[in-house]
Design a protein around this ligand. Structure first.
Ligand SMILES: Cc1cc2nc3c(=O)[nH]c(=O)nc-3n(C[C@H](O)[C@H](O)[C@H](O)COP(=O)(O)OP(=O)(O)OC[C@H]3O[C@@H](n4cnc5c(N)ncnc54)[C@H](O)[C@@H]3O)c2cc1C
Length: 401
């Protein structure tokens, strides 16, 4: 890019790249600054919800992602010991979406698809190895500084700066916003394995949330792997629960088989329910994890961040191409913040509480209620519209009226 960009995005995660892709498709000169040397390939998000696939399909990316993932037409909540389950069939959403299923695919697959497309957009530059150290704004617009390895600082200017720089966002700090809320006490251990759970546990869906004894675990089927998440036992520290021996023992307990199992990756992580008060200060805006964090139960964090990116890019296009006032950015907060707080964080919190229930009678009551919902097509549709994030998007649209 030879001239000054109109928008600088900090962070080449799925949200920053998605925003850059959308701005590029509106022919808006955009610079992405990413601290790392390449796209992160750590296993994080793996669930794509129907409306996200619908959005990506507008650009031919939905089919490309589907080809790289596993279609999951149903998901379930079950009792490990008895196999009793409530199974939700997303085909009840056939009139609401072109993708009535969840897609299981690693988030870096979408990031690479975005990057491939951005390589063919001369109006967008993605610069890796460019950590942003400060940001601010003045009468001329917004700016950020990057630091080279030798300590040399460079200032970059644009009409707008968007912080898509994740949970530890520098841009969030620069605009004086705090991620308010709580960090949950438990650690989750995520392990991926080629062990074929589908041959060992009867009637699994592609996504399964399971009560077992006094604990809980989840099983998500990626194209080539199962992703198994569980909590440390009361006698274990998080570090002890993530050792190779402890992970082998946890899988052995689930399967009732002796180790060894082929474990590929182990990752302990903490979970938060947090959000900023305002996504915007002047010409500096936040999107994705920089603005809100939620429990991964329900698979909504990245999806919600991509929905932010689509909404924000519409606003920036109207400001930059059609002369709309910059105050249009306030509408972005007004539309997206309630959805993050009341749909995404609240549902993820409810999912976490339900699965952390240890009282057998309460678990049974939850299961009975979920089974009733799953078996009634109208109730199932209402429930799945919300858990599939369609209700949130419709609410956001109504908030613009
Ligand atoms: C175990 C786990 C499972 C999950 N599962 C799901 C799921 O199934 N579905 C779902 O929707 N979500 C899920 N999530 C959440 C999802 O991973 C995040 O919401 C998503 O990664 C957020 O994307 P992002 O682009 O906002 O931030 P990030 O992915 O964190 O990207 C931020 C980028 O900014 C860069 N950066 C940071 N600081 C700077 C700086 N100063 N200068 C330049 N660059 C910087 C970072 O290097 C990084 O590349 C899960 C999360 C975890 C931990």
């Amino acid at each position: 890019m030879s001239s000054q960009p109109a928008v600088i995005i900090i962070g080449a995660g799925p949200v920053g790249l998605g925003l850059a892709f959308r701005l590029g498709s509106f022919d808006i000169p955009t610079l992405v600054l990413e601290a790392e040397d390449r796209i992160a390939d750590q296993l994080r998000a793996s669930t794509f919800h129907p409306p996200t696939l619908d959005m990506l399909d507008d650009y031919g990316l939905g089919a490309a992602l589907v080809a790289r993932g596993r279609i999951t037409p149903t998901w379930q909540i079950r009792m490990h010991e008895t196999g009793e389950r409530a199974e939700f069939d997303l085909s009840v959403l056939s009139n609401d979406t072109d993708h009535p299923y969840r897609l299981q695919a690693e988030q870096h697959k979408l990031s690479h698809l975005f990057l491939d497309r951005l390589d063919r957009m001369p109006q967008v530059e993605v610069r890796f190895g460019a950590p942003v150290t400060a940001a601010g704004q003045d009468d001329l617009g917004a700016w950020v500084t990057t630091a080279a390895p030798d300590g040399t600082e460079t200032r970059h200017r644009a009409a707008f700066v968007v912080g898509c720089d994740g949970a530890r966002s520098e841009i969030r700090k620069a605009i004086g916003q705090a991620l308010k809320g709580e960090t949950y006490p438990e650690t989750t251990v995520l392990a991926t394995t080629t062990t074929p759970f589908e041959d060992r546990i009867d009637g699994l869906s592609g996504v399964n949330y399971i009560w077992m004894g006094h604990g809980t675990y989840s099983l998500l089927h990626l194209p080539d792997l199962w992703r198994c998440s569980f909590h440390p036992k009361p006698s274990q520290t998080p570090e002890q629960a993530a050792t190779p021996e402890a992970v082998q023992a946890a899988i052995a307990e689930i399967l009732g088989e002796d180790p060894p199992f082929d474990v590929r990756e182990v990752r302990p992580y903490r979970v938060h329910a947090r959000i900023v008060d305002d996504y915007r200060r002047g010409r500096i805006v936040l999107a994705g994890d920089a603005a809100h964090l939620n429990s991964p139960k329900g698979g909504m964090g990245m999806n919600g961040g991509l929905h932010d990116a689509w909404n924000l890019s519409d606003k920036l296009s109207r400001i930059l191409h059609r002369g709309a006032s910059t105050d249009l950015l306030d509408l972005y907060t007004r539309q997206r913040r309630p959805i993050a707080a009341e749909e995404i964080i609240a549902q993820a919190d409810q999912n976490r509480k339900r699965m952390n229930e240890t009282d057998p009678a309460k678990r049974r009551a939850h299961l009975a209620r979920l089974q009733e919902t799953a078996e009634d097509p109208d109730e199932a549709r209402t429930f799945l519209l919300r858990s599939s994030m369609i209700t949130g998007l419709r609410r956001a649209e109504a908030l613009a009226a």
